[in-house]
Design a protein around this ligand. Structure first.
Ligand code: AQP
Length: 334
């Protein structure tokens, strides 16, 4: 029998997951479980590359883990773990830092965007974020990395670093490929529809959180920025707001874009926004119910976290040990 390939992806507990995270990443993750050996990570070390309130980060790490399970990720089949529970991530980051060029990291668009928002005191961790991401992926010898379009550049950098390491020190890492799902590749902000929807956006009306209730969801869609044409047509360049809503409606209903355009050919924006809100709310209802069930049993949640962290640690350590040896870092048996 052919060996299944390995898929690796991670998500930061930097806020409650949004519809962007769900349609761009998590829905694909669930489907991948059929065909791949999957590793999914709650990336709390990535989250601290920008300031966080400790008590909130702690709480959101548990919530994020429960949300992943609620979307349909199976903790007994896939590896689902919290990044900080596996110290090999931090150590491999250091080893890879010593094989990465400043120029490569300076070109990363996410760094340019996020550092602008941070003002003066930008942390080294934010600059180094892609190297930590490379360590995450390479430790598990992943073949594919399911990501939204916004993360493609980071996966390409990961490949470059791995290739350089392999060529310089000998074959150590599998070269990963980015993997995109069929639809919902990028969901944009409801308030600035040319910008991606982000869970850490200060404007709460710009995103739908997976834990928003129905009234909030409908209210946020009602306030979504559109245009003055009142024509429901997919044209991302000239009509980014409406096109984003069409994309969301398509993800929520599995309908194709032309079908949606004809369904609403005689409708106004008000009716369309209401339909988008109602369909999203229906889809999130089941997910929210499961989330609360998982979160109410903290003992079971911690048992699953521990079991998965132990599995992750043994896989990660094997790769780390290989990388150390290649570099000439000694390992004395204790
Ligand atoms: N708007 C989006 N559309 C499609 N995919 C998205 N992703 C994030 N936003 C969108 C995908 O979600 C996965 C996990 O993302 P992350 O939490 O690791 O980091 P991020 O991309 O920085 O996500 P956010 O929500 O924008 O977080 P903050 O606000 O903290 O920066 C990734 O696969 C990403 O592509």
């Amino acid at each position: 029998m052919e060996k299944r390939k390995i898929a690796y992806s991670a998500i930061q507990p930097s806020g409650t997951f949004t519809l962007g995270n769900y349609y761009g990443a998590l829905k694909n993750w669930v489907n991948l479980q059929k065909d791949f050996n999957c590793c999914f990570c709650v990336a709390n070390l990535h989250a601290i590359t920008v300031p966080q309130v400790a008590s909130e980060l702690r709480k959101r790490t548990f919530e994020s883990y429960a949300l992943l399970l609620a979307t349909g990720i199976d903790p007994n089949e896939s590896l689902v773990y919290v990044q900080s529970e596996v110290p090999a991530h931090s150590e491999l980051t250091w080893l890879l830092n010593c094989c990465t060029y400043m120029g490569e990291l300076s070109r990363m668009t996410q760094y340019k965007d996020k550092s602008q928002r941070q003002g003066k005191n930008i942390r080294v961790g934010l600059f180094d974020y892609p190297v930590l991401m490379a360590a995450d992926i390479l430790l598990y010898q992943a073949n594919i990395v399911p990501v939204g379009a916004d993360q493609k550049q980071h996966v390409e950098l990961c490949r470059d670093i791995a290739e350089r390491f392999n060529n310089t020190y000998g074959k150590t890492f599998t070269l990963p490929e980015p993997y995109f799902g069929v639809s919902g590749r990028k969901i944009n902000s409801l308030q600035e529809p040319t910008k991606k929807m982000s869970k850490s956006d200060e404007n709460q009306n710009s995103y739908i959180s997976l834990l928003d209730n129905k009234d909030t969801i409908i209210r946020k869609f009602k306030r979504a920025v559109t245009d003055s044409e009142a024509i429901i047509q997919y044209d991302p360049e000239n009509k980014p707001g409406v096109s984003n809503l069409i994309e969301i409606y398509s993800c929520a209903t599995d309908k194709k874009i032309p079908e949606i355009e004809s369904e609403f050919s005689n409708a106004g924006y008000g009716d369309f926004k209401l339909a988008v809100g109602e369909n999203v709310a229906i889809q999130l209802e089941t997910l929210q119910k499961k989330f609360h069930e998982y979160l109410s049993d903290k003992g079971e949640l911690e048992r699953l976290m521990k079991m998965n962290a132990q599995k992750a640690e043994s896989i990660a350590y094997r790769t780390l040990s290989k990388a150390r040896k290649r570099l000439g870092i000694i390992e004395i048996k204790k």
